[in-house]
Design a protein around this ligand. Structure first.
Ligand code: SF4
Length: 178
């Protein structure tokens, strides 16, 4: 179900993009999209409304709400016995990500690519609009990564070296788990 709505290759994508384009033409339309998306994702996924959704990279767990350091390429190195360094009473979300991926034979995904930093300009906007209108890190990731890469090399340029499963992942988006 997720792939049907959040994959550029989906047969629904032209219509979804057209709907998002119409909503995006007015502030009211953009607000409406956020007000539809936000409660659903808060309820289902503890979403924080960052507008640049990264859950598809974390086995549908949220780095913004569940990692104390909001890390998109974890773990931070401080976790101990599966617990968070900052809040030891909580599980480290990256241990949970690893376990979820390992359960379906995809633990290696964690070592095969980088996730671009989120675009803070999108904070508290609809990540659904941002995905379909190509504004989030999945469409602009290389540009975002270049701004913070001192060597001038963008890790996303190596995407052709990724296994096919990760290449497809880099073009999908998180919005729900179903
Ligand atoms: S231990 Fe895990 S959950 Fe805690 S800050 Fe580090 S990566 Fe995030």
């Amino acid at each position: 179900m997720h792939d049907l709505f959040f994959r550029f290759e989906s047969p629904l994508e032209p219509e979804l993009r057209a709907i998002c384009t119409r909503l995006d033409t007015t502030p009211g339309g953009r607000r409406l999209a956020f007000l539809i998306e936000d409660p659903i994702k808060k309820w289902l996924l503890s979403c924080k409304g960052c507008g640049d959704c990264g859950i598809q990279h974390l086995a549908f767990l949220f780095p913004e709400s569940q990692c104390s350091k909001h890390i998109r390429n974890g773990a931070c190195g401080g976790s101990s016995n599966g617990r968070c360094q900052v809040y030891p009473d909580r599980p480290c979300v990256w241990v949970r990500v690893y376990k979820r991926l390992a359960a379906v034979g995809r633990a290696g995904d964690l070592a095969s690519t980088f996730v671009a930093p989120r675009n803070w300009a999108l904070n508290q906007t609809s990540s659904w609009l941002n995905f379909h209108l190509r504004r989030d890190h999945q469409s602009t990731g290389c540009d975002i990564a270049e701004r913070c890469d001192a060597d001038g090399g963008c890790p996303f340029r190596r995407e052709n070296a990724l296994p096919p499963s990760r290449r497809m992942q880099s073009h999908s988006h998180g919005g729900s788990t179903d």
